[in-house]
Design a protein around this ligand. Sequence first.
Ligand code: MG
Ligand code: ZN
Length: 222
Amino acid sequence: MIEIEENILAHNDHLAAHNREDFQRDGTLALNLVSSPGSGKTTLLVETAKALGGDIPITVIEGDQQTDLDADRIRETGALAVQVNTGKGCHLDADMVRRAMRTLEPDPGGVLFIENVGNLVCPAGFDLGEAAKVVILSVTEGADKPLKYPDMFRAARLMLINKSDLLPYVPFDVETCIEYARRVNPQIGVITVSALTGDGMDRWYGWIAAQRAERAALAATG
Ligand code: MG
Ligand code: ZN
């Protein structure tokens, strides 16, 4: 059983390395967005595509077990989007991303958002070839999630605390959540946003711009 699991992960890592090469060659910043169901990922992506889509090519791979609903919402913004239905599967893998990219053929130099299946467990173990994982937590969830799902918060470069507009109505303590996240990952960046009201979204766009600049500098030095 353990051996089969190791073989699957080794095969996935191999394909993810190819994806990473392709993204680097095309100057694409690929971000793997992970969270529990209902954290507001799709709304966040819709707003992000609206804000950035005029300046840079935005591509979205939407992972859900069923339905095309999320990809439809993204396409309405003018961004390129494809839905990947995983059926009983609880995560996206590198091969799914590879096949989706062949269908999409995005312009070079853009940002690819991969909205993973809502699940904080196994998406941590499946590299998709992304530049960074972004974990999204909404204030309607427990502030202790970083301690309960440490693998995911350790793997993420950024934690977005979403739905800040609801903070007056819920017991969520932002400082405690940040303290827990830093306990498992001292390097993790944190931005509090409300995709609904736009609060904090400029900081998120600034973070994306910084990641793109870092990619470009890496490409220039070979
Ligand atoms: Mg969604
Ligand atoms: Zn899974």
